[in-house]
Write a protein that binds this ligand. Structure first.
Ligand code: GLA
Length: 448
């Protein structure tokens, strides 16, 4: 019989995980690893499906994440293996001609394979190195990599970005002048904020241009630039970040990610389809980026004005760029209200909203409103996620919402510690595949 503890997915002890991984590396590749790099998964208080519209997101890094042990090669090849049972199919070899967008487009490599995230990142770092000599990757650089993760794969907690960010640090450390000048953990202090921003952008390029997933940069920014104990208020207009304290909330409450056990796949069509609906609405409004439809500090009334304008422009249309006008309007409604919620949270957590009482219950209400919007307007939710949200609220949570891209993944819950045992018991009754992760805002990607 399962105990309640069994539903918790622990982040593990980093040093133990690292030393296990390093001994497995020796067995697997018959030589020693040169180092180990880690990147965290993320949760997001608000700002889903708006990073690619230049909206604001409020992510934080988890203690859970992905570990990569690696050693360099001089034949340009990548040899990769993951210890995750659901993905492991032995060592995958990627030859230099299989790396990059051209190879992906010509179908030379196995479509949809997890190795694309890693080989894509090597390509993107090479690209970055063209304009930044310290990041220039040696021409025949390759590597052996062994990967293990404490994140549920496809759990909406950014396992892909964690893999990308841990891998790019490994390549940076082993294949560039920057890595040679800053060996092992020296890398951590040497990386400036600007470097981290550039590396996150390189990981986005890998995912968009090589993997073919329409990521907007939220996940990679969280993994590469998060701060312990903080929510990162990320303005996707220029990818500037403001670390905000959430100590005020976490003193009396816990944030929990509930992995529903329904894995999503970002590279599949549904995520792109939702994004395309919203982009069609953006074009109809005559805008390059949807965030510009709203003022700096938007309110609900501003949302109504934009929707009125949309209705006026769409009045005679049967379809919008071949898409349903009503669906495009719903995506627009989600994106605009999500932007308003993000700005509200930013001000609340910046302490700029003078006189706000009951901060946790306000954050909770925003979480739940975000879920309703994901369910009814973005239409990216699914039965178990809706049930988890309902259950959490019925058990006294301040708020709960689906996070990540949707169509599978995790629900974020804000709840008092006292209510957690009843919540876990109720969740266990919903599905045996549910797992809980404690969301303790943690540090960004690093050399271990
Ligand atoms: C995925 C994408 C992100 C973001 C979220 C939804 O995680 O990779 O860029 O769009 O979905 O907010």
């Amino acid at each position: 019989m399962r105990t309640t503890d069994a539903v918790w997915l622990a982040p593990g002890e980093p040093q133990e995980i690292q030393s296990d991984l390093v001994s497995r590396f020796q067995q697997e590749y018959g030589r020693a690893a040169s180092g180990t790099w880690f990147a965290p998964g993320r949760a997001n208080l608000n700002g889903e499906h708006i990073d690619f519209h230049a909206g604001r997101c409020l992510p934080m890094a988890l203690a859970h994440g992905t570990y990569v042990a690696a050693a360099p090669r001089t034949d340009g090849q990548l040899r990769l293996r993951t210890l995750d049972a659901s993905l492991d199919d032995g060592i995958t070899t990627v030859t230099p001609d299989q790396i990059g967008p051209a190879a992906a487009a010509s179908g030379q490599d196995v479509s949809g394979h997890w190795s694309h995230y890693v080989s894509g990142v090597l390509w993107a770092l090479r690209e970055l190195g063209r304009s930044q000599p310290a990041f220039a990757v040696d021409a025949d650089f390759g590597a052996d990599l062994l990967v293990v993760s404490t994140l549920p794969i496809g759990g909406g907690l950014s396992s892909s970005a964690a893999l990308e960010c841990a891998s790019i640090l490994a390549f940076l450390a082993l294949g560039t002048p920057f890595g040679q000048d800053n060996p092992l953990q020296d890398l951590n202090a040497a990386l400036t904020r600007e470097n981290r921003k550039d590396l996150a952008a390189a990981c986005v390029r890998a995912e968009v241009e090589v993997v073919g997933a329409g990521t907007g940069g939220l996940d990679q920014t969280a993994a590469m630039r998060a701060r312990p104990g903080k929510v990162l208020s990320l303005d996707c207009r220029d990818f500037s970040v403001t670390p905000l304290d959430i100590g005020c909330i976490l003193r009396g409450y816990r944030l929990i990610a509930v992995d529903t056990g329904e894995a999503h796949r970002l590279a599949d069509g549904q995520f792109g389809d939702r994004r395309a609906d919203a982009e069609a609405a953006t074009r109809l409004l005559g805008l390059d980026r949807l965030r510009d439809a709203l003022p700096e500090q938007p309110r609900k009334a501003d949302v109504s004005h934009v929707l009125e304008e949309f209705d006026r422009l769409a009045e005679q249309l049967e379809t919008l760029d071949g898409r349903s006008v009503e669906a495009c309007r719903r995506r627009l409604h989600h994106a605009l209200t999500e932007m308003v919620r993000s700005e509200k949270l930013h001000h609340l957590l910046s302490g700029e909203a003078y006189g706000v009482r009951h901060i946790a219950s306000t954050v909770g209400d925003i979480l739940t409103a975000g879920h309703m919007s994901m369910r009814d307007d973005a239409e990216v939710s699914f039965d178990i996620a809706d049930l988890v949200v309902e259950t959490a609220l019925a058990q006294g949570a301040e708020g709960a919402r689906l996070i990540g891209g949707g169509f599978g993944g995790s629900v974020l819950v804000l709840i008092t510690p006292a209510a957690i045992p009843k919540l876990t018991a109720a969740l266990e009754r919903i599905s045996r595949r549910i797992r809980l992760l404690d969301v303790a805002p943690s540090a960004a990607a690093q050399a271990l």
